[in-house]
Design a protein around this ligand. Sequence first.
Ligand SMILES: NC(=O)c1ccc[n+]([C@@H]2O[C@H](COP(=O)([O-])OP(=O)(O)OC[C@H]3O[C@@H](n4cnc5c(N)ncnc54)[C@H](OP(=O)(O)O)[C@@H]3O)[C@@H](O)[C@H]2O)c1
Length: 274
Amino acid sequence: MANTRTIAFIGAGNMPQSIIGGMVRGGYPASAIFASNPSRPKLDTLEEKHGIQTSQDNIEVASKADVIVLSVKPQLMADVCAHLRENLPNLADKLVITIAAGIRIEKYHQYLGDDVRMIRVMPNTPSLVGEGVSGLAADSQVTENDKDFVTEVFDYVGKTIWVSDEDGIDVLGAVAGSGPAYFFEFMAGLQQVAEELGFSTEDARTMVQQTALGAASMASQSELSLVDLRKQVTSKGGSTAKGVEVYQNAKLDKISADAVKAAVARNQEMAKLF
Ligand SMILES: NC(=O)c1ccc[n+]([C@@H]2O[C@H](COP(=O)([O-])OP(=O)(O)OC[C@H]3O[C@@H](n4cnc5c(N)ncnc54)[C@H](OP(=O)(O)O)[C@@H]3O)[C@@H](O)[C@H]2O)c1
């Protein structure tokens, strides 16, 4: 870790639990991590599993930290921020990160003050198993050192991609945030046909999920483009070529484009709710 800072997670749900787990496993000192949550059970688990410090009082943990990670549901964010602003006189000295979906940085400046250094992160659900991809956007007050710190934090649960403005977060959300659902939909179709053609549910699922894992793993280990990788596993005139032709005739690329654009539009609509 280039720079260890004290960091407090406000809200101890699934996503912060995974990030904290990734940080501690990756060697980040547990003594520098705090979390708060209204009820105790998740805090007890965090203390027992990772040895971090916890409290049911948001202000108690936030006041001890250099970095605050806002990890409550979007609909609670305005109230949680108002409470922090009223009770933390030195809020402007801290870096504030939010992982809530849909709320723009401009809104946080209204909630917390214009002088707060703010980074918005959009992690995706595979972060829960350490294979996530997070989109990150910063306001103009954030320093390079802040960015390096936040990159390292989210690298503990996958990969990180900085975007130059928040429209990029909407796009990344539509590709990577929604992407696991697209892949599951596609995989479910392959499983279904394997079952129809005689395989047990268990074997059909194993062959599909292992193929997806294997393909993703090959892609991540190769320098070839995805199109070239596909060509590499498609012999001319062979059975794969026949199958790929069916997808191409159905314009799978156009279907993907339509799906992503629909999700981007929905992200933009939802941002207007806050
Ligand atoms: N999970 C994902 O894949 C994912 C992906 C991208 C972004 N996010 C964002 O991450 C944030 C958290 O998601 P999550 O999946 O971790 O949600 P979650 O599991 O529902 O956790 C939310 C937590 O916030 C706590 N909480 C409620 N009121 C609070 C308050 N006033 N102060 C502090 N904590 C409070 C809840 O405690 P109680 O249970 O005691 O009420 C709960 O533990 C959301 O904004 C979501 O949009 C999640």
